[in-house]
Design a binder for this molecule. Structure first.
Ligand code: CAA
Length: 283
């Protein structure tokens, strides 16, 4: 029975993942290298829980209990007691492979090692361990506390038993697991990123302003956010990195990143997190 979960990486995704596990009754150890990152994650989690309390969907007692189940650490050694691990560090294949190799030695051999990667090969992460049948993708969506989907990625050697255990875990989090095969971008980004890229081409070619393009997709297609607002929300650097994975991995020119996207990333206009993307954001 999974009771204690380790989450590695205290960025936007890692803190959201730690929060939903803690809210669902699991003991969580959130790991990152620097204490300020952990402090920021805790503040983000407290803010999100406060919104739920304000809305009346969470009691103050349950909020305090969730926070009480959350601990933080600056080294992965604490994960020797974990029953399940979710990795959510930077999207760098070498860094992830090295981390999976060390998790393989630190955690119990029966523990499933999962990655929140949006586009790196799960098969390659499994190959860095002696338990590839227990390595799989659990790709949460941002903002994690609100989005119902977890895209479940089955690597070349992932066992059906591991997929079942991790899918049951998603259900315990109140999420809906949907399985995808280990191809570049899986399902979510294979479909989302070409739409965002096309919206950026449309800006570059003067088909419409960012406001017009977003209005068409919001009001005409009922999308909750227009594609350019969503690109700013995800981070333009992240969008570019995923498009590069699709382009390199599938070899089809239809995935080539728009030159305007490349130029904005080169200029440091990364979207909401840098204060400027297709739109401006106050700090
Ligand atoms: N925690 C708790 N509550 C939150 C929250 C959080 N982190 N963020 C927002 N909320 C609450 C707000 O307080 C608000 O509550 P009320 O309705 O009571 O006021 C409610 O959620 C709605 O928020 P907003 O009014 O700010 O904005 P919204 O109506 O546009 O909803 C949204 C926000 C849910 C994010 C919605 O815009 C949306 O679904 N956007 C699309 C998100 C999306 O596509 N995500 C996937 C990105 S791709 C990805 O993650 C994968 C990848 O690999 C790139």
């Amino acid at each position: 029975m999974i009771k204690t979960v380790g989450v590695i990486g205290a960025g936007t995704m890692g803190s959201g993942i730690a929060q939903v596990f803690a809210q669902s009754g699991f003991s969580v150890c959130l790991v990152d290298v620097a204490p300020p990152l952990l402090d920021r994650a805790r503040a983000t989690i407290e803010k999100s829980l406060a919104k739920f309390v304000e809305k009346g969907t969470l009691t103050a007692v349950d909020r305090d209990a969730a926070l009480g189940r959350l601990s933080t650490a600056t080294a992965v050694d604490c994960l020797s007691a974990a029953d399940h691990v979710v990795e959510a560090i930077v999207e760098n294949a070498d860094a992830k492979r090295a981390l999976f190799a060390s998790l393989d030695t630190i955690t119990r051999p029966d523990v499933i090692l999962s990655s929140n990667t949006s586009s790196i090969s799960i098969t390659a992460l499994g190959a860095a361990t002696r338990r590839p049948e227990k390595v799989l993708g659990m790709h949460f969506m941002n903002p994690v506390p609100l989005m119902p989907l977890v895209e479940m990625i089955r690597g070349q050697q992932t066992s059906t038993g591991s997929m079942r255990i991790a899918s049951d875990l998603c259900v315990r989090l109140g999420k809906t697991p949907v399985e995808a095969a280990d191809y570049p971008g899986f399902i979510a980004n294979r479909i989302l990123m070409p739409m965002i890229n096309e919206a950026i081409f449309a800006v570059m070619e003067g088909v419409g302003t960012p406001e017009a393009i977003d209005a068409v997709m919001k009001l005409g297609m009922n999308h909750p956010m227009g594609p350019l607002t969503l690109a700013d929300f995800i981070g333009l650097d992240v969008c570019l990195a995923i498009l590069n994975v699709l382009h390199d991995g599938l070899g089809d020119p239809k995935y080539r990143p728009c030159p305007l996207l490349r130029r904005m990333v080169a200029a440091g206009r990364l979207g909401r997190k840098s204060g400027q993307g297709f739109y401006s954001y106050s700090p």
